[in-house]
Design a protein around this ligand. Sequence first.
Ligand code: ATP
Ligand code: MG
Length: 385
Amino acid sequence: MSKLELQNLNKTYTPKVIPVKDISLDVDEGEFLTLLGPSGCGKSTLLRLIAGLEPPTRGRVIINGRDVSRVGPGKRNIAMVFQSYALYPHMTVYENIAAGLKLRKMPSDEIQRRVSDVGDKLGLQHLMDRKPGQMSGGQRQRVALGRALVRQPDIFLLDEPLSNLDALLREQVRADLKQIFDQQQTPVVYVTHDQTEAMTLSSKVAVLYDGNLQQLAPPSEIYNRPANQFVAGFVGSPQMNLLTLNCDGNNAVLGDFRIPLPTLPTTPPQVVAGIRPEDVNLAKPDDRLAIQGRIFLVENLGMQNLISVRVKGSELRIRALLPTHQAWEGEDISLSIAPEAIHWFDIQTGDRIQTQHEVERVAPSLGLKTSTNSSVQSQHQYTNG
Ligand SMILES: Nc1ncnc2c1ncn2[C@@H]1O[C@H](COP(=O)(O)OP(=O)(O)OP(=O)(O)O)[C@@H](O)[C@H]1O
Ligand SMILES: [Mg+2]
């Protein structure tokens, strides 16, 4: 049974550069954790702390119950895959995959067996005699992965392993990765700023911003119940509409329209309403909440159109994903939004306002805690696209 625990990890480079701030989380056997966040938020630094490539300023890294915070990377039994592949150019695929095992003086028949197993798994058998320079990016990426898999480590660490691949290849290798890691139980920590990778590969996602853990939850929870405005705006494409609205009694005011607020102890002067473009539809006569406006932009995404609408009676804009051929630039349109599809956020802290429905649904799936850092949230102004 392998397990990774991070306890109150901190990394301070300078008083102004603190890319890892008090991060605590666990990754159990069979779990695939993705560290997701924008460039510079501290993902690679956190991974390097887990690998032992850098010491933490404070806090502990525990692997299988052993505190390895001050143990060198060679003694942690972890395997790491980097964005750059880092293959030996003068060695064949076979030699590249076998190199780590040879260093550890493993018997050669065991090395052969392991390399052959991994070669089968990754579809590399016919490339074993090639050198990295004679292969495509996707093939090289699979060799780098093979070198990690063959080690049979306690933990896999991957830092943006797909970012050097073109879009189509990324999709293929992503699917390969999912199948490979679904078949094994070793905990995985995977770094990416690509939300599609995070959503498709992970059993849980840690969203990071400015060194802080914003939310730790399964992908569906992150998408359906983002813990704060940052997560709401970062996860989901096209981006969620985030509208700052004045409150009037039990309603939020959107131009000429009133949106019923969730039950709150006291009504704040303003709230932020989060509405995913995919939750906005063409209105039908019996819809509870319909909003009129004028379309000022139509973007053809192939399967659907992304339309931008200026809401009647206000300067606010709302974007909707609609089937193609349903809306045209310059047209007036009536849109419906199911009230239960609206996410509400506190204007001061950026934190999610739990609706009654959510409060009643107590324990989130998998028993994961959500984590937010309000003090950091309130320092930032989140914008909608
Ligand atoms: N050795 C270092 N000394 C000082 N600052 C550093 C060092 N390494 C990283 N940083 C800073 O720490 C912050 C986090 O860097 P990190 O590489 O962890 O970001 P990241 O989330 O992996 O970003 P990206 O998606 O661009 O790879 C950045 O502001 C970076 O400039
Ligand atoms: Mg990085």
